[in-house]
Structure formats: C-alpha cells, structure tokens
Design a protein around this ligand. Structure first.
Ligand code: GDP
Length: 430
C-alpha cells in the first residue's frame, strides 16, 4: 500500500510533521523529487530538526528511508545531515539510495549562484542549491547517475566531456574560475566512497516490498503551486511536486498510490518570487509571520522571512485537485487563535471578472483577492484531541474551507508535535 504526502500550496505546509507522524505506521519512506533546496521541520522526542535531503521517516528505527531516482542528490549534504541527526542521539537510520538517482555536482551549485547574480533584480529567488542547473543537465542528458560512479572509464570520459562544455560557459558567460577535470574526478571518487554502502536498485526493492504487503510513504517537497508544469511558471521549482510524479521518482506503478494526503496550511506563506494573490504586508504580515509555524515563518533552508497571506481557497482547491487529494491534512490552525476576524480569499478578480479557477501565470499577475471574513475563536486550541472539542468558530473555519476547496479535511493539525493531530469524519470522504 502506498500513500503520498504532498503539498497543496507553495511548500512549507507542514509535510515533514505529517510524514513523521504517519511514518509510525509505515515501513518505507521515499523522497521522490527535489533536492536540498527546501526543508522539512520536524519536532519529536529527539528535539527539533530541519531535514533537507533525508526522508522524514529517519527518526524511527523500524523504517527504511529511501532517496528515489527523482531526487537531486547532494551527496556531501546527505552525509552531513545523517551526521547532524546521529550527533543528537537519533539511532543511525536505515538508508537506501537509488542507483538511478543523479547527483548535484559542485558546478551546479556555482552555476546557480552565478546565474542569480547575473539576473540581479530579475532573479528567481533560487536557494542556490544547484537545483535548476541540475535538472537542466539531467534532461540535457549530461547528468551523472550514482551508478556511473562505479564505472571508472565511463566516469573519466564523461567528466572530461562535461567540463569542456561547462568551462566555456564559466569563462565566457560568467567570467569565473574554470573546473579542473582531475579535481572533479577526485571529488566524485570521494562521493563513491560515501554512497557505496547505501546504493540500491530502488524500484526492484519497492516492488518486492509491496508484494510483501509493506506500507510505503512517498514524501513530496514543496507544493502544487511550485510544480514545473502546473505551478506559477517560471517562478516554480525544477521538478514535479505532484503525487503523480511519485510513481516516476520512486519507480513504482501509478495505480499503487492509494491515498494522497494533501497538506494544506490554514493560512498562506511562500518563499521566492512570483504572484501571490492573498499576500499581506506590513504589521499584519509581521504579526502572522512571528506567530506562524513553530517559532515563526522563516525558511528552513535559508532563514529568509517567508511571504505571508490569508488562506487562498482558489489556489488550494486547484492545489488539491492537481494532487488528487484523497485526504486533506489542514495544518497550523492553532496559529490563527489571536485574530478577531480571519480574512479568507474566496475568489480572484481579474480585469473586472471574478473567478474561482486558478489561472495561468500571466493572468494570475493581474488577479486581486476577493476576501470574506470569518469570526475568530480567540483562544488556544493546542492540546485538543477531539474535533467536537474545538471552539465552534474554529470548526466553522475548517468546514467553510472544506466547502470551498471541495476535498475532505480528515486531519487537523494544531501544533508542531507528532501527537498534535485531530482526526475528523468528513462528509466529503468517500
Ligand atoms: P514542510 O516543508 O511542508 O515540511 O513545512 P516546514 O517544515 O517548512 O514548515 C512547517 C512549520 O510548521 C514547521 O516549523 C513545523 O514544525 C510547523 N508545524 C507543522 N504543523 C504545525 C501545526 O499544526 N501547528 C504549528 N504551530 N506548527 C506546525
């Protein structure tokens, strides 16, 4: 049985917390796309952690944690991250790395930085982790698969060929130091040594596990609105953030994905550039940012302050639809307890017309939010475990949003910890 945990919004919805929670009942957790450019924050009995590359199941000794073929694998970062958790008394996790995963090369990180510098004010707001150059090379067929580390002659020839091309760019476009092929080969040898014990034919491994009746969680990074095809292109990430891609990025048949748990945050936040219709500014935004998440809405990778906004029903309905949500996990609801009234964006006005359908980027840039206001509940809801025990206005907020997005909210998260969860019977659940 395969379940996907994915984001409905711009990322940072709390997928790490939901994955960590569901991992209790799972055998295998797989990262299937993206790289170290976004982080999941997890709070559990070992403390508070920001994971970038490791799947969020690493805190249990009964789970196997898999880096799938769809991931942009930064080998030194992966090992730094393993060390950072074992240094804090987490037992050494069971890790498998796909032999078909491709590696983020040191020059991808440099080229990402150089390109953002070159673009100046018109930059994409990249985290400079090398993700866009990595995926460009993967699809241009000049990427390096983990399996190639173990074929010395193939590796040597390819290093020379790729360096020739990259050095032309470095010299003439960016005026930066060139790559020394010998040095790069040495770096790849060190990667080989680090990764060798973990390399695995992941699709065969998962096929066997599924036949044995194991439970697999696919853990997505970022959310629908950052998907390369269906997001706010070009202010998107360079891989697909959709559950459907989980089949490809892990190497399993699409029909194995039985549940798509779509994580949706009770208000909006986004990092990087791009249209953000329900965005708020000034003191109103500062207050939500300060109170948001667990200790403020600041990027887990970069520490950048996140852009803040009210809940956006148009974007979230679209976000859930593209994921194919079977369940919505509605997170960080506890944060909104300070507001007298809570604005919610229920439509977009574009050139005088109101729509509830999420438009393409050039139209999105012209959209203005249509807001409604719901009464707040003005109290702390952390610690509550039963839906009926939530204040009436809080339940009204959840039910209003469920009605707007049209997908069943079956989980409400009211705190960052594993146990901060309320299961709910939804009338929309089939
Ligand atoms: P992810 O990338 O989707 O995993 O999200 P992040 O980890 O970047 O952001 C979610 C933040 O919200 C983290 O700091 C979590 O600890 C925190 N968080 C998750 N769920 C809840 C919740 O229900 N309430 C509160 N207050 N914080 C939460």
């Amino acid at each position: 049985m395969v379940k996907a945990v994915v984001g409905a919004n711009w990322g940072d919805e709390g997928k790490g917390k939901i994955t960590d929670m569901l991992a209790q009942q799972a055998d295998i957790i797989v990262r299937f796309q993206g790289g170290a450019n976004a982080g999941h924050t997890i709070v559990n009995n070992y403390g508070k952690f920001a994971l970038h590359t490791l799947p969020s199941g690493v805190f249990y000794s009964h789970t196997t944690n898999v880096v799938g073929n769809g991931v942009a694998l930064d080998i030194p970062l992966l090992f730094k991250e393993i060390k950072s958790i074992t240094d804090r008394n987490v037992p050494a996790p069971q890790i498998r790395v796909s032999d078909r995963a491709q590696m983020v090369m040191p020059y991808h990180i440099l080229l990402d930085q150089y390109e953002e510098e070159r673009l100046g004010g018109k930059s994409f707001g990249s985290t400079k982790s090398g993700i866009a150059p990595f995926y460009s090379d993967k699809y241009a067929k000049i990427g390096f698969q983990v399996s190639e580390l173990f074929e010395e002659e193939v590796l040597k020839e390819k290093v020379l060929r790729v360096c020739e091309q990259k050095n032309v760019m470095l010299e003439h476009m960016y005026h930066k130091p060139l790559i020394d092929p010998g040095e790069l080969l040495g770096t790849l040898h060190s990667y080989r040594e680090m990764v060798a014990p973990y390399v695995c034919d992941v699709s065969a491994y998962l096929d066997k596990a599924l036949k044995e009746g194991k439970t697999v969680l696919l853990e997505g990074q970022l959310g629908t609105l950052k998907d390369t095809d269906h997001g706010i292109y070009p202010m998107v990430t360079s891989s697909s953030t959709l559950a459907a891609y989980g089949a490809i990025g892990a190497g399993i048949p699409p029909y194995e994905i039985k549940e798509v748990i779509t994580v949706c945050k009770a208000y909006s936040s986004a990092v990087g550039a791009g249209a953000f219709v329900s965005e708020i500014f000034g003191e109103e935004a500062d207050e939500l940012r300060r109170r948001g998440g667990d200790g403020g809405e600041f990027g887990a990778t970069t520490g950048r302050p996140r852009r803040m906004g009210w809940f956006d029903c148009v974007a979230s309905k679209y976000g859930c639809r593209l994921q194919g949500a079977t369940d919505v996990a509605f997170t960080v609801l506890d944060v909104l307890g300070y507001l007298d009234e809570i604005p919610v964006c229920i439509g977009y006005e574009i050139q005088g017309e109101v729509t509830r359908d999420f438009p393409v980027t050039c139209k999105l840039e012209k959209a203005k939010p249509v807001l409604t206001r719901l009464p707040g509940w003005k109290c702390e809801i952390r610690g509550i475990r039963k839906y009926e025990e939530l204040p009436e206005n809080c339940r009204r907020y959840v039910e209003f949003i469920e009605g707007q997005i049209g997908y069943p909210i079956t989980m409400v998260s009211n705190g960052p910890g594993r146990e901060d969860i309320i299961y709910r019977q939804s009338p929309l659940k089939k």
